[in-house]
Design a protein around this ligand. Structure first.
Ligand code: SAH
Ligand code: SF4
Length: 373
């Protein structure tokens, strides 16, 4: 059977083809074609002999997710709708910001965690993404940028609005719970950070999780030193249980304990994401409770005004309420930012497009609502 090359970590390619006893530099050449140049056509890898090209052609499958659609938003953000080999759909979002090109990646098709305010939750978990499917999103996004560089159309000054040719930041905030697909996540981060792979600094990679304490510990012990973002969204267990049923298994303190034990680099902080839901968790007393919870912590809070969708009982708070919530945190010396609701958030934050496609509601242009912090 042909092996799916990208589902195997590049440092194990030698074992995969051990009978050929190829020298290590051959695999480095192949990795460079795939990860640096985005090339998946063996016949174009001209520093490999014809013989080797046809060997790999015959023995391997080098498939990438297929871009079904690319949807640009008016702020420069582009959402890529991707079809996997078995027909499942995922999405990745490229977010330009000044000289940053951030890729928001999916880690699963659907999600099993069941957060009440999240559209992906309605899909349930369909399956984990393979290593190749996670890496494939990077390759496809880089190819896209190379062919049509994008820029931040909302950059405050022209100098920041430079065209971006390559992904230089990664956030695991697309569809799925990345820590529920931990082995593939870790291997993907290893390729992303290795000099022979995408050569990204781990400080430019953020993993967002609903908070699985033992998995947070495992990720910490890998020593990969990526940034961690924990979706807290409530400052007490009672409220959190209603919004994120997973809290019954892993209450807030168990998550905070796991975060406290993380080996953080100098100036590195854990981010706590807090989806603001009008009248549910956005009152001044919630902000005060949150500040008490996090004050002893080296952390920062990212406030995300709820992104409404059809059928959801929740409402997005007013901009004034969001600012008032932030003010309370800042007054208590808790670093708090408001996530700008850019194109990425309008339909991209949480698997909303794949879901809409299922319902056959197609949109070709989507407009971000812009918030200032
Ligand atoms: N499963 C991971 C990562 C994907 S979700 C996690 O939950 O952290 C990425 C972020 O989007 C999370 O912080 C989540 O709370 C937030 N989110 C989910 N649905 C949202 C919605 N409708 N509006 C705003 N943010 C949402
Ligand atoms: Fe899953 Fe994250 Fe959505 Fe919760 S918010 S259901 S963990 S994708």
């Amino acid at each position: 059977m042909r092996s799916v090359l990208l589902d195997c970590p590049p440092d194990k390619w030698g074992d995969l083809f051990s009978r050929q006893s190829l020298p290590k530099f051959r695999f480095n050449q192949i990795a460079s074609w795939i990860f640096k140049k985005g090339e998946t056509d063996w016949s174009k890898m001209h520093n490999l002999s014809r013989e080797l090209q046809s060997f790999f052609e015959l023995e391997t499958t080098l498939r990438l997710p297929e871009v079904v659609e690319s949807l640009p938003a008016t702020d420069g953000t582009v959402k890529l709708v991707l079809r996997l080999h078995d027909g499942q759909m995922i999405e990745s979002v490229i977010i330009p910001r000044g000289d940053r090109a951030t890729l928001c990646l999916s880690s699963q098709v659907g999600c099993a965690i069941g957060c009440r305010f999240c559209r992906t939750a309605e899909m349930g978990l369909i399956r984990n993404l393979t290593l190749g499917e996670i890496l494939g999103q990077m390759i496809v996004a880089n190819r896209f940028l190379e062919a049509s560089p994008i820029r931040d159309l909302l950059a405050p000054d022209d100098s920041a609005a430079i065209p971006l040719f390559r992904i230089n930041h990664v956030v695991f905030m697309g569809m799925g719970e990345p820590l529920a697909n931990l082995d593939n996540l870790i291997e993907a981060i290893q390729v992303m950070t290795s000099p022979g792979g995408f050569a990204l600094s781990p400080r430019r990679i953020t993993v967002s999780t609903s908070g699985l304490p033992s998995r947070i510990g495992e990720l910490g012990r890998t020593g990969l030193c990526v940034n961690l973002a924990v979706s807290l969204t409530a400052a007490d267990d009672e409220t959190r249980e209603k919004l994120m049923p997973i809290n019954r298994h892993y209450p807030i303190q168990t998550i905070l304990d796991a975060c406290r034990n993380l080996p953080l680099k100098k100036r590195q902080r854990v981010t706590f994401e807090y989806v603001l839901l009008s009248g549910v968790n956005d009152r001044p007393e919630d902000a005060r409770k949150l500040s008490r919870l996090l004050a002893p912590f080296r952390s920062k809070v990212n406030l995300i005004p709820f992104n409404p969708y059809e059928g959801s009982p929740f409402k997005r708070p007013s901009h004034e309420d969001v600012l008032a919530f932030q003010r309370i945190l800042l007054d208590k010396s808790v670093v708090a930012t408001i996530r700008k609701s850019r194109g990425a958030d309008v339909l991209g934050a949480c698997g909303q497009l794949a879901w809409e496609k299922k319902k056959e509601q197609k949109e070709s242009q989507w407009n971000p609502v812009v918030f200032s912090t």
